[in-house]
Design a protein around this ligand. Structure first.
Ligand code: PHE
Ligand code: CA
Ligand code: ZN
Ligand code: ZN
Ligand code: ZN
Length: 288
């Protein structure tokens, strides 16, 4: 599995930050900063050979957009592993940790997968969701749009929401019994990085819940749990600050470019790649 270049993930995050700054300070549903974020991600994927599709929905009186990307010719398209992240921010700020990090991380995983020539037994698909912050609206619309046959083709959905929190933890979702193989792959990825993980039950508070509700196996990683602060034991093993929140700028105007732990973001991105390669069953990666 290739190592994801943390500098490239950071460059995507720089661009999302620039977009927020140029568009009134946010990338929220229905706002120009959301559209510009979508345009940025789509252009990168199109240039890399992805087949992209924009799906529209309506929420709160505004049109919302999901971005779906398939990579043709790489594995069985009737058995697909899907990675996703919400691309919208809250209106209060630019949403760089929440969820520029997940959006940038899976974008670089997608670009690396395409560039590497990787081909597994299974196909690969990526999704960037709109209006997560309004109640998982985009991901619910996507799952609702799938026929029973199309749903059955999605063998796994992996979610990345907040993977660069400043006071970072290394959490793997454990709230889906059907997702045990996904959680195992994510944990194996962290083990390869020599990072200890903890399970987290994120209480259906991100887009994987839309897939889980439809019976699709899900999993994911995050740098935060639902606890209000990092524990002393967590700080001892992960090097953070006990008694402080994982992300002190969560849903605030200060969730800016500096509100990110670059090391944590790189590691979670590496682990997303590890799971993408192993779950699609890539046996050998041809030279790029
Ligand atoms: N989905 C939440 C939000 O966007 C945050 C969250 C991330 C919750 C990861 C649980 C796990 O605000
Ligand atoms: Ca890396
Ligand atoms: Zn989020
Ligand atoms: Zn949020
Ligand atoms: Zn790494």
């Amino acid at each position: 599995v290739p190592d994801i270049d943390g500098a490239k993930v950071a460059a995507h995050l720089d661009e999302l930050n620039r977009i927020a700054t140029a568009n009134g300070g946010n990338r929220a549903h229905g706002k120009p900063g959301y559209q510009a974020s979508l345009d940025y991600v789509k252009a990168k994927l199109d240039a890399a050979g992805y087949t992209t599709r924009i799906q529209q929905f309506t929420s709160n009186g505004a049109t919302g957009y999901n971005l779906i990307a398939d990579l043709p010719g790489r594995g069985d398209p009737t058995k697909v592993v899907m990675l996703g992240a919400h691309l919208d921010s809250v209106a209060a700020g630019p949403g760089i940790d929440d969820n520029g990090t997940g959006s940038a991380g899976i974008l670089e995983v997608a670009l690396t997968y395409a560039r590497s020539g990787a081909a597994g037994d299974k196909g690969i698909r990526f999704g960037w969701w709109g209006a997560e912050e309004l109640g998982l609206v985009g991901s619910k619309a996507y799952v609702a749009s799938l026929s029973t046959a199309e749903r059955a083709k999605v063998t796994a959905y992996l979610n990345f929401d907040m993977i660069g929190s400043p006071n970072a933890g290394y959490f793997v979702y454990n709230d889906d019994a059907k997702g045990s193989a996904i959680s195992a792959a994510l944990k194996a990825g962290f083990a390869a990085e020599k990072i200890a993980t903890e399970n987290v039950d994120v209480q259906n508070r991100s887009d994987h819940a839309s897939f889980k509700a439809a019976g699709i196996p899900t999993g994911g990683t995050a740098t935060l749990s639902l606890a209000s602060a990092m524990s002393a034991a967590q700080a001892a093993k992960w090097g953070g600050t006990a008694g402080q929140p994982y992300d002190p700028c969560y849903h605030q105007a200060c969730d800016v470019r500096t509100n990110v732990n670059a090391t944590a973001l790189d590691r979670h991105s590496d682990v997303a790649a590890y799971a993408a390669w192993t779950l699609t069953g890539v046996k050998a990666t041809p030279a790029a």
